[in-house]
Design a protein around this ligand. Structure first.
Ligand SMILES: Nc1ncnc2c1ncn2[C@@H]1O[C@H](COP(=O)(O)OP(=O)(O)O)[C@@H](O)[C@H]1O
Ligand SMILES: [Mg+2]
Length: 411
């Protein structure tokens, strides 16, 4: 069986090395070490690696349906992506809020951005959700770029992610925009992530919403003129639009916000006509999304709280990070592939962690990422063995779950 793997080589800011030269060097290096699929190798500061001045990070992609836990380069076709990260901070488009203060109506980030490094690799879902989303998005962009007639093959370039809070919707949109920019690097020189702040656009006390919508979109329209830039527009938490609209419909707030919501939807429809634009929307409320443009979303992906295996991956990376910085001493966990493939019987620590994962079912990705911190802060003095740390994590999970039950009762 022949597999494909994507390998990204993130160059340092000042590197002037040729693509071919660095690919040869990195390939030789990877052959000598043990490489896991979906992993990140930090080269920065590693003076024993000969190309450390040229390379910041190497990102090894996933290999769908691969049954080995290590990458075997002998029967792999490698797709190389060599690029530099943009280190500029996000640019905030601010406006006066009418009360001597300022609000941010949109945020722009040039892609690929250093701010989003590793985000994709650290989001874990089952069933190839990420790979499929990337393929959908890539196909959308290729079709529109080639001028496929939208009336024949419907494709609006709108992706909606929905699900409970803390399931990684916002992060996944941003990470997807970054990945897409990298993967389509030959077609687009760079990308821009344009995050529209729906909350401040539709804040209840704000009467200038109409003008603000226009300001946001005049900026977007400026940017999309450059067809070499991939423009990803993120409308986060679109339920706030639906909320504004419903309030008008029910007459609770007889203002002009319904016009504003409609203006926003019209603007979205217009920018969608440009072949270099992709629109992401997220919503925390699954039941009440009935907005006009949501119906036009080509892809609606539900994201739920992580499964046991996904939880294991989150904890595994957290614990390895703490082992790396010496907060946890003595101990090693089995990678998830061993467990999935039943490669060998899990170690005592691995079994313990699996047990903690079972207990953590129902927690969101956001809550999971706090558990190692809580474990250390609440139940441990200083550095600890892996076994002690797992004991503390278990206590932290039990506490978190009981807190949540308590909060639910108060609702
Ligand atoms: N499936 C997941 N795997 C790993 N981390 C996750 C997952 N879901 C959420 N997280 C983490 O939780 C945090 C919050 O995610 P966010 O994107 O803000 O969620 P949402 O937009 O759905 O509320 C992020 O730090 C993210 O890394
Ligand atoms: Mg969010």
């Amino acid at each position: 069986m022949f597999y494909n793997i994507d390998i990204e080589v993130v160059l340092t800011k000042n590197s002037e090395i040729k693509r071919k030269t660095i690919i040869d060097l990195v390939e030789k290096y990877l052959m000598q070490i043990i490489v896991r699929p979906n992993s990140v190798i930090t080269v920065r500061g590693e003076e024993n690696i000969c190309f450390y001045k040229d390379v910041d990070t190497i990102i090894v992609g996933e290999i769908p349906n691969y049954d080995k836990s290590f990458v075997d380069f002998s029967n792999l076709n490698i797709n190389w992506f060599v690029y530099k990260l943009n280190t500029e901070e996000p640019f905030h488009q601010n406006e006066e809020d009418g009360n001597d203060g300022e609000i941010t109506i949109s945020t722009q980030l040039i892609l690929p951005s250093a701010c989003l490094l590793n985000m994709w690799e650290n989001l874990f879902y089952d069933n190839d959700i990420k790979q499929n989303l990337l393929k959908y998005a890539q196909t959308m962009m290729e079709f529109s770029d080639k001028g496929v007639d939208n009336n024949i093959i419907s494709c609006n370039r709108v992706i909606l992610l929905h699900g409970p809070p803390g399931t990684g919707k916002t992060s996944l949109c941003k990470a997807l925009a970054q990945k897409l920019t990298i993967r389509m690097g030959k077609r687009f020189g760079s990308g821009i992530l344009m995050e529209i702040n729906s909350h401040s656009l539709f804040s209840k006390w704000f009467s200038e919403s109409g003008k603000l919508v226009n300001k946001v979109f005049s900026r977007i329209n400026d940017i999309i003129q450059n067809k070499n830039i991939l423009v990803c527009v993120l409308l986060d938490e679109v339920e706030s639009l639906a909320h504004a609209r419903n309030q008008c419909l029910s007459g609770v707030e007889p203002s002009d916000s319904i016009r504003v919501v409609n203006a926003l939807l019209t603007q979205i429809d217009q920018i969608k006509r440009n072949s270099n634009v992709l629109i992401f929307a997220t919503s925390n409320i699954t039941e009440t999304i009935d907005l006009a443009f949501i119906d036009r979303a080509d892809i609606k992906q539900f994201l739920n709280n992580p499964s046991v295996h996904a939880i294991y991956k989150v904890y595994y990376t957290c614990i390895n990070e703490l082992i790396k910085v010496d907060v946890i001493k003595n101990g090693m966990l089995d990678p998830i592939e061993y467990i999935i493939n039943n490669a060998k019987s899990p170690s005592t620590e691995t079994n313990k962690l699996l047990d903690i994962c079972e207990k953590s079912l129902g927690l969101s990705g956001r809550s999971l990422r706090k558990i190692p911190f809580l474990a250390h802060a609440l139940y441990l003095e200083s550095s600890s063995s892996l076994q002690e740390f797992l004991g503390a994590m278990e206590q932290a999970v039990i506490k978190e779950i009981s807190e949540r039950k308590h909060l639910k009762r108060l609702e």
